[in-house]
Design a binder for this molecule. Structure first.
Ligand code: NDP
Length: 484
């Protein structure tokens, strides 16, 4: 077992069902620290039967939680935000230990998670249907926006606390009760949060169950008592969930992979752009569905941009995520990821790509991958069409400002893209023609709780954050009143 660099009782991390810690009857699963490969803790996982108990608790709680006033829901959400703020140091350490991201990044995400709950506290009080009106002679119509019921929330391992906040915040604000399943590799912050907030809402409103996709995930997807399944993860898993959920015709909300194209036009500043891409491509070791993955640079700025990007990749401080000394990038989130990322790089090289820098595991223990920049990756290469989800970016030159949009859109994914230019016409054209759920102009990565995050095409459907997300967790009812 690992000795944590901070005092923490890992045995306090347990599933929470019906407002209380609950014993799970499945196998014990080891939770690892990717920077060292050591076991942090072994946790009892849930079986399908354990998950059904949680679903039952959520169903029972729904009958009262659905009637809670928006003000009451907001109160609960604000209490959750306050609990996160009060525990920020511990949550940040747990996230860094378990996911391998530098402490400074974890701290930023913990603060973002609290802000997300505060946003949804306000949003809960602003959910509205259309005003009543007479659309047919002799009738008054009105619209009710109602919660769906029990929400099954299946989270991913790259932003464990942040994704929890997005899904839990929207679900509760809309009046749903939840069963949350963290990713089994990185459950620590979601379980810590579950312990902190186990009595802020009535028992059964928030249930958190640790376990695998095959046990907990399938039980949530199959249960007729679950009205919506919201999942963040890979496209292949998302497709399986959507197909399986068809059996009960439940709502499905999917935030899946991405392969964000970046277009750098000839009038952009290559130095400033490289500085932005250093964060866009390597933040969280590139394990971000919106990561700047594939750069198209106009030939007039290509050489300079490549040089600047390679320089930044090589000077990136990579190391112990728990060290408080300016480390910018840690390992990837678990050992198998390291192999998957390197396999994709090797395959790209076999298909003709060149490694401008990186491309190898870092020496020593832990799942570290060098920050990697590739050139010579054609749109038909496997790498161009596959989400790497690691610290790997490729950069290609282009000559024709019009053709580049087609190149950027020629991907199965449609989550995010960015464009660097000083020309407002070019920027506005890009924002219209790029087939992605987010288009950044002269930046890559910033987000706001008020604005939606979610993809097109193989990146899924449904939005996280914003009022659009809140609407996704509700259903619309038409009430038609005959007058006289
Ligand atoms: P998965 O998509 O398999 O996992 C995401 C979540 O889905 C986890 O909680 C997982 O549970 C759960 N899950 C897995 N199978 C099922 C199932 N049959 N039914 C219900 N839930 C299920 O991601 P991977 O970890 O395998 O990553 C694969 C790729 O997905 C990555 O390389 C990356 O490309 C992409 N990805 C994208 C993310 C994003 O932000 N959009 C986040 C993570 C991955 P458990 O892990 O406990 O089995």
């Amino acid at each position: 077992m690992i000795t944590p660099p901070f005092t923490f009782d890992f045995d306090s991390l347990r599933s929470v069902v019906d407002g209380a810690f609950a014993d799970m009857s499945g196998d014990k699963l080891a939770v690892l620290a990717p920077a060292t490969g050591e076991t942090i803790v072994e946790l009892a996982s849930a079986t399908s039967a354990d998950t059904h108990a949680a679903i039952d608790a959520a169903r029972r709680a729904f009958s009262t939680w659905r009637s809670a006033t928006p003000a009451r829901r907001a109160e609960v959400l604000l209490d959750i935000a306050a609990a996160i703020d009060a525990d920020a140091a511990c949550l940040s350490h747990l996230e860094s230990l378990n996911v391998g991201k530098p402490l400074v990044a974890s701290a930023e995400e913990v603060a973002g998670a609290a802000d997300c709950f505060r946003y949804f506290a306000g949003a809960a009080r602003n959910l509205e249907g259309k005003a009543a009106a007479e659309y047919a002679d002799g009738y008054t119509s009105l619209i009710r926006r109602e919660p769906i019921g029990v929400a099954g929330l299946i989270s991913a391992w790259n932003y464990p606390l942040m994704i929890t906040a997005w899904k839990l915040g929207a679900s509760l604000a809309a009046g749903n009760t939840v069963v949350l399943k963290p990713a089994s590799q990185t459950p620590l912050t979601a379980l810590r949060l579950a312990a902190l907030i186990r009595d802020v809402a009535p028992a059964g409103v928030i249930n958190t169950v640790f376990g695998s996709g095959s046990q907990v995930g399938n039980a949530l997807v199959d249960s007729p008592e679950v009205g919506i399944v919201s999942m963040t993860g890979g496209t292949a898993t998302g497709k399986r969930i959507a197909a399986r959920a068809a059996d009960t015709l439940k709502h499905v909300h999917l935030e899946l992979g991405g392969k964000a194209p970046v277009i750098v036009f000839g009038d952009a500043d290559p130095v400033a752009t490289a500085e932005i891409l250093k964060v866009g491509s390597f933040w969280n070791s590139g394990q971000d569905c919106g990561a700047a993955a594939r750069v198209f640079a106009h030939r007039s700025v290509y050489d300079r941009l490549l040089e600047e990007l390679v320089g930044r990749a090589e000077s990136l401080s990579v190391g112990d995520p728990m060290a408080d000394d300016g480390v910018e990038m840690g390992p990837v989130a678990y050992e198998a990821r390291q192999g998957e990322v390197l396999d994709l790089v090797n395959r790209a090289v076999e298909e003709g790509a060149e490694v401008a820098t990186g491309g190898r595991a870092l020496a020593g223990c832990g799942a570290f991958v060098e920050p990697t920049v590739l050139t010579g990756v054609g749109n038909d290469h496997h790498l161009a069409r596959t989400e790497v989800f690691g610290p790997v970016v490729d950069i290609q030159p282009f000559d024709d400002d019009t053709d580049v949009f087609a190149l950027a859109n020629d991907t199965p994914y449609g989550l995010a893209s960015s464009v660097f230019t000083r020309n407002i016409d070019t920027a506005m054209t890009a924002s219209r023609v790029l087939e992605t759920g987010t288009v950044w102009i002269n930046d890559h990565m910033p987000m706001a709780a008020e604005m939606p995050w979610g993809g097109f095409k193989a990146s899924g459907y449904g939005k996280d954050q914003s009022m659009y997300s809140l609407e996704d967790y509700t259903r619309v009812k038409h009430v038609m009143i005959r007058l006289g």
